[in-house]
Design a binder for this molecule. Sequence first.
Ligand SMILES: Cc1cc2nc3c(=O)[nH]c(=O)nc-3n(C[C@H](O)[C@H](O)[C@H](O)COP(=O)(O)OP(=O)(O)OC[C@H]3O[C@@H](n4cnc5c(N)ncnc54)[C@H](O)[C@@H]3O)c2cc1C
Length: 490
Amino acid sequence: MSLYEALCQIVGEDSISRDELDLLCYSHDLAPLPQELLKSFGMLNPEVVVRPRSTEEVSRVVEYANRENLPITPWGAATWSLGGVLPIEGGIVLDLSGLNEIYEFSPGNEYVRVGAGLVWKRLMDFLGTRGFEVGVHPTSAPSATVGGFIATGGGSGVGVTQYGSLGDQLLSLKVVLADGRIIDTDPWDSWFFVGSEGTLGIICEVVLKIYPKGEMKHLMYGFDALDHGVGFLQFLNGIRPHFYSFLDEEFIRFLNQKEKDLPGKELTVAVTLSGTPEEIAVYEKKIDEACQGEKYLEPLAVEEWEERFKIVLSLKSLGPTFFSQEIRIPIRFLGKVLVELKELLKNERYLIEGVGGDFGSIHILPLIMTDERKKSEFFRTFSLASSIAEIGYKYHGSIYGIGLYNTSHLPRIHGHSLNVMRDIKHAFDPKRILNPSKTTQMRIPAFLFNAVPRMMGSAPGLVSTFLKAVNLLPGRLIRAGLRLMGGKLR
Ligand SMILES: Cc1cc2nc3c(=O)[nH]c(=O)nc-3n(C[C@H](O)[C@H](O)[C@H](O)COP(=O)(O)OP(=O)(O)OC[C@H]3O[C@@H](n4cnc5c(N)ncnc54)[C@H](O)[C@@H]3O)c2cc1C
């Protein structure tokens, strides 16, 4: 029986596609990488896309893939842009958006049980009309799925500074393991799957802590001096408001081009408080007292909050392409990191955004504008991703998320514990069928990884020509070449 026929028996013909256009769509995420760069990863095309509607169906599909030794790549909404959803070894794409039900709402016990493919905004709207809210959500809430945010770590987003990372909000998960078994985790076991990027199990159901909906207040401040803005952000980290973020001067300039009228300050900081009116008043007073900058009128802060979901995507009008390497650093180094980033990027078109993260961290997103159609320019700017990561490492931080494109950073991130991570992966998934070539495997060998960004920076034209030549090679040859050089393919 063919793969298609076998899967039809499990999920039915309507929930499976091998249409060429579908397969093409499921071979890309939001990142604007040129085709030849993707091809240099030795990427294979998926054979089918399956959209299961229940945990049992997921279990049977995974059991089948395990028996047949077929790669299987979980797919939420593909809003992450590190290549994590790319079915790089071909096989089955498992689109989990069909697991989108709200199974149970328990206001008395303050939890909700939902399908992992449910989109955050739908859950937030459902809870909001019933007087409840989630503790933490990503700013991509209108499209990102609950399972996708768990799988990518949930350490940066709205609510994280008040409630901790998303991992702290998980009461239980229903997960399908690599052999098809279904397990229910307790809050501690759930952590195995937080940030596992779809490589240890398929998250199918989530029991999430919820909270009675509090009042919210949005504040905004501007700072002429970087030091004052940085000191203010460090103060905010200490008192843990619901959410805080900052934008640099360039970002404000961009917003003003879009018919805003914000003062052109070195750093602009937005803060959201949540709680009872009395709690909010106490917090606001403390924050105002700590501020050595200018406090803006409330409507400006409210407007910024309401636009939080779309602001980053609107940057496309500047690019037309932009990319980012998100770094997560201890907030005590924020000042030094910003100075070094600005020095590194001084000849680029860039904006910087930052958001408070978990464990006293701040996540910094330098957004660099480029044009993917002009290959040399694109490769030159793309090479900066490694230099940005280096600044993060220098200040005891790291890049946030590995996916496919950052796998070559693995030794830098984990050091000696990388082998332990590989052992864990082996214990969960001995045949390496679950999202292969991600999280613990370096696809591009380290020496190439170190050399290529330098070459992209100094001789982007050469790299572009080289990649064009690579693009003409059959995929088999590229994969053989990567293997020969020590790259780890499945
Ligand atoms: C405008 C914008 C704002 C963003 N804001 C934030 C933010 O505030 N915080 C933040 O952390 N990120 C943010 N992101 C990045 C991204 O949106 C989030 O990481 C999001 O949670 C990913 O969800 P998804 O459903 O799109 O996952 P996908 O992109 O579909 O998948 C991400 C990874 O998780 C795996 N995966 C997906 N679902 C499952 C599952 N059910 N079981 C196992 N593995 C699975 C995939 O294989 C892949 O490796 C933002 C992105 C954009 C474009």
